[in-house]
Ligand binder design. Structure first.
Ligand SMILES: [Zn+2]
Ligand SMILES: [Zn+2]
Length: 140
């Protein structure tokens, strides 16, 4: 199935990238690392296979931070936008912040992960499935 690419960028525009849909998943993450990395109540990620992802500009501006044994987060060294998360737990795809993509991207969120770790000041009123527990992925 041929699809047209969807473009994404950081706040300052130095880092530009492109994905092709369909994405593997789209989900909200409430874990404390995502909250701190993004300065947000929760973060919405999409999973994209590496073969459907390209950095078009600013590869040299990407700063990588190893946030856990298995995870490395990338952000723009100029403006600080959090962009990608890669994990040795899933070498076939990377996580990309949905908010940095062109809003026309067809990737509606499907679930909440690490729901038990959510902050009390964010009201979640949707009907999406919720997962939590120590792994963040156990049904709630
Ligand atoms: Zn930037
Ligand atoms: Zn997270």
């Amino acid at each position: 199935m041929a699809t047209s690419p969807v473009s994404g960028a950081c706040l300052c525009g130095a880092v530009r990238f492109e994905i092709e849909t369909p994405t593997l998943f789209s989900a909200h993450c409430h874990c404390s690392m995502c909250r701190r990395a993004h300065g947000a109540g929760f973060v919405t990620w999409i999973g994209v296979p590496y073969e459907r992802f390209r950095v078009r500009a600013g590869e040299d501006r990407l700063v990588r931070y190893r946030s856990s044994d298995h995870g490395t987060r990338s952000f723009c060294g100029t403006c600080g936008s959090s962009l990608f998360c890669e994990s040795t737990n899933h070498p076939g795809y990377l996580d990309i912040v949905l908010a940095n993509l062109d809003p026309t991207v067809d990737a509606p969120p499907q679930a909440h992960f690490y729901f038990d770790d959510r902050v009390p000041w964010v009201a979640i009123a949707d009907e999406l499935p919720r997962f939590g527990g120590p792994t963040g992925t156990e049904p709630r």
